[in-house]
Unconditional design. Structure first.
Length: 316
């Protein structure tokens, strides 16, 4: 069996390395749009003697058709790709196109499911290999590998775990393709599409319970460089935070304790308290205790970030 691989993200790099080591890769293609991770992968592949094919969005259908005609692969494995594969191309390989979706399906369709799974407090994510259909993240599931989400996992940590888990998923998939397994149809009644997070999704609402705010912080670390709030009218990014057992009658967002060099605690909804462990300002990165060193006092209020172009930092 020989497979062609399309890749644009480092999420798929460990799996691609394993496929190359197995000798089953007929060719690799990347988007030619200058995406940073894709450029890094392209350099590594070229150095290893596997120069990739570059694909453009405007000519995607014709480029894929000619590429596949030359390679004649059994299937095409898509290890993240920013553009929709044209429906007319999906049936060209004998086993079609198989997408690696780095989340559970059908409940977490969409371009940034890791954020939403962490934000929603899921106990596990998944690496899901499914045959591609015309619509995003649809088509029969061939292999699904659950990947636990630990209580302290950040977006970056879970992403790394997904990348490693995909190696085993890929090996199972090759066996499924060899046996001609039809896959399991997705339950459309349970399907949900999650959009790419926008600014309001990344802003802390101090009315929420402390655990919900902490989940948002972990879901935004490091890809958005933290969840967003405001301190004295300036953007504040919270990169690490811990719910505390204390309770308070203070209004949500109020600093209830500021011990220089030690800790900074903020009131949340339901009278709960959150410890700010690590934050970022324009001036640098600081612990909560260092914020107290800088003069943040009990009674000050951390407000929601104003959703205006002037106040909002650029999202990643």
């Amino acid at each position: 069996m020989r497979v062609a691989v399309i890749i644009s993200s480092l999420l798929g790099w460990p799996l691609l390395q394993d496929l190359l080591a197995q000798g089953v890769v007929a060719g690799v293609a990347l988007p030619a749009s200058g995406r940073e991770e894709a450029e890094q992968i392209g350099q590594w592949l070229t150095q290893a003697g596997h120069p990739p094919r570059r694909l453009t969005r405007a000519g995607l259908a014709d480029e894929l058709t000619s590429w596949l005609a030359a390679l004649q692969p059994t299937a095409v494995l898509v290890l993240t790709f920013p553009w929709r594969i044209p429906a007319a191309v999906l049936g060209l390989p004998p086993q079609g196109f198989v997408n690696f979706h780095f989340a559970a399906l059908p409940g977490y369709r969409g371009p940034e499911p890791t954020f939403w799974q962490l934000r929603n407090g899921e106990a596990a994510g998944a690496v899901t290999a499914h045959r591609m259909a015309a619509d995003f993240d649809t088509g029969p599931v061939l292999v699904a590998t659950p990947v636990p989400i630990g209580p302290h996992d950040t977006h970056g940590l879970h992403r790394a775990q997904l990348a490693l888990a995909a190696v085993g998923t890929g090996r199972e998939l090759l066996e499924a393709l060899r046996t001609g397994a039809p896959g399991q149809a997705q339950d459309e009644a349970a399907a949900r599409y999650w959009p790419r997070p926008a600014l309001p999704d990344l802003c802390i609402d101090w009315q929420e319970p402390a655990e919900a705010v902490a989940r948002l912080v972990r879901a935004a670390n490091p890809w958005n460089r933290g969840a967003l709030a405001a301190l004295r009218g300036q953007p504040l990014r919270v990169l690490s935070a811990t719910p505390r057992p204390e309770t308070t009658a203070a209004a949500p967002g109020t600093v209830v304790l500021a011990l220089p060099g030690q800790a900074l605690l903020v009131a949340c909804g339901a009278g709960q308290v959150l410890q700010l462990d690590m934050v970022a300002l324009d001036e640098g990165f600081f612990t909560g205790g260092q914020l107290a060193n800088l003069g943040v006092q009990p009674g000050e209020v951390l407000s929601a970030l104003a959703a205006t172009p002037a106040a909002a930092p650029q999202l990643r």
